[in-house]
Structures are given as structure tokens and as C-alpha cells.
Design a protein around this ligand. Sequence first.
Ligand code: MRU
Length: 377
Amino acid sequence: MADQDAQSSVGFEPPALSVLRWDELPEGPVLVLLDQTRLPAEEVELVCTDVPALVRAIQTLAVRGAPLLGIAGGYGVALAAARGFDVAEAAGLLEGARPTAVNLGYGVRRVAAAYWAASGKGEGDAAAAAAALAEARALHREDAQASGRMAEYGEALLEELLPGRAYQLLTHCNTGALVSGGEGTAFAVALRVHRQGRLRRLWVDETRPLLQGARLTAYEAARNGLAYSLLTDNAAGSLFAAGEVDAVLIGADRIAADGSVANKVGSYPLAVLAKYHHVPFIVVAPTTTVDLETPDGTSIVVEQRSGKEVTELTSPQDLSADGGGGIVVAPLGAPAYNPAFDVTPPELITAIVTEEGAISPVTGVGLAELCARSSQV
Ligand code: MRU
């Protein structure tokens, strides 16, 4: 029944989500974010007038997901420049807001470099601020374009690996329009397959502890009319065992030079399951997520978050500065382990899909070639 409903919604296009936009108000420019902590209950905008507000939004996950963090960081530098704040200090605060997604530092440094280049030419503060904003907009636009190309390459790869099939795809965390200038990374592939009438079902991991799957991916899947089912993270193993997963599609927060992939915690166990069950495990990410300066998985800094996100069932909008604020489910003071990400080694990854094409098997040489192609554009 759900499949039929989804098939009948093929061709239906919901209005695009306004996830992040620059706005010029009489009192000055602002960065307007769709507050992701409030989804799916309400679509509420969060207006950032300064960099500390944006840093808070990043740390509380009001804005999140690797590509969007890069875009937000870039606009954050432009905001500092336009409002006359210290750009070097702003860049430092933004880049340090979260450690794992390499796109954040990439976006911040790229826009700051455009600012310093214009300011170094003695063009004045207004011209330097305009150069920063133009660079942030270019980054935003390029990410949207990359998203479309990843969807094409990802779909072609699925056809190559699993010809002539309608797929049951499993995904983890959230990788759609909420993390991107376009329609996302892994989710954009599922969406393209859906539009072609070839998505049997998207299995959506709830993604504990902050439920990006349940709150955000299910929201995006429902909005776009995909056939989807939500599962607890623990239920994935039984799905593989039942032969109900044709491929796993995930995004990435940082891809090291050897092809190791940091992504939302829970990705690595899925890769192990996929290997055991001979199911393709596919990572979809723009080349801006590849960090050739980080040699391997052990060198990736994994963000550790408050234990309260584990000891309490947290509704993210209740997050206090140190996490928590939800229903307590553990003894008072229970110690907790709460890494936000885990690292999957290249030998467990069938392919990495970028806007420059896909590599399979995943090797450092292949990754470096993709990055070289992207820097020639
Ligand atoms: O902690 P989050 O919600 O920012 O984590 C996001 C993820 O892990 C995504 O899977 C990743 O950024 C890829 S999105 C293209």
C-alpha cells in the first residue's frame, strides 16, 4: 500500500526548502536559517545577526550536515565582514565550532581568503565585504550543482551494480536538502531513483541519539512522497538478514586521503553488516568533503558530545548549552560514551560518489584524481 502511494506521488514536486538564506534588513544583513532543532514539528526560522549566534546555531545543530556547515561558515565570514566585526576572529570562532566536518573549515577559509584578497588590494571595507559575500554565494551555488551531479553519478552506479531493479535502499542520518545548497548527497540519489519510479523503499535509520533520521530524513522523505519506513538503528541487522536491503547510501563529514570515511555514528556498523551480507555500501559526498591533508581514519578528530544526549531522551529543541533537557532514562550521573561520528575504513566501502564521478574500489590514488579534477574546474 505504501509502495502504491509512493508510486502515485512520482512526478509530485514539493516547494524547495529554504534552508539558509542571506537577507538584507534595514538594520543590516542577516543569515536566516531553517531551525533544524524544531523539525519536524514546526518550520521556524532562526535569524543570526552575528557570528556568536551562528556558532551557537552550529553547535546546537540548528544548522548541520557537512556541506551546509561549509556554506553557513562561508556566509558567517561574510556576515562578520558586512557588519564590521573582526574577520580573523570570526573565522576562528566559526572554524572551531565543530571539529569533524571538513567542509566547515573549507567554507570559512575560502570566503576569508576572498575577503583578505580584496582587502589586500586596498579596495576598502565595503568592497572586501562584497567580495566575501560573492564567494559565499559562489560556494552555495557550486554545492547545489555538485548535488545534482552526485545524484546522476549515484544513480548510474546503482544501475551498474544492480541492473534493472527497483531498489530497497538503507540510509543513516540526514543527507537531503537540509544539508545542502541543492537536494543533498545520499538522499539526492534516492530522490532521483524515486523520480524514475525505481525506489521500492527507503529504509531510514532513526539515528540515535539526536534522531536526524527520524526527525529530518523521514520529514524529507514524506515531503517528497518517497516510500519509506523508519527503523531503530538496532533493527538494521535483521533487515539485512532478511535480504531486504539492496544497497546502503550514506553521506560523509570528512574523507581522509586513504578513503576512510567519518560519518554519523552508526555508519561503521552498517558497513560491517553490508560487507557480511554482500550488499553495496556507497558513500556520496562532494569533493569538498575530501581532506587530503588528513592521511587516514585514525587522524580524523571525532567530535564528542555531551553524555546527556545519551542518558536523556532528548528533543533537540530542548538542548541546553551542555546537552540534555529531555526525559532521563539512566541513573543520575551515569557516565556515557557519545561520539557524534565513527570512521569506516576504505575496504568496507564499495564506492565513493562525488560530483566528479565515482571510484570503486576506494583508493587514495582514485580519491586524489577526483580532487584534482574538481580543482581544474
Ligand atoms: O551531526 P550532524 O547532524 O551534523 O551529522 C551529519 C552527518 O553525519 C551527515 O551524514 C553528513 O554530514 C553527511 S551530509 C551530506
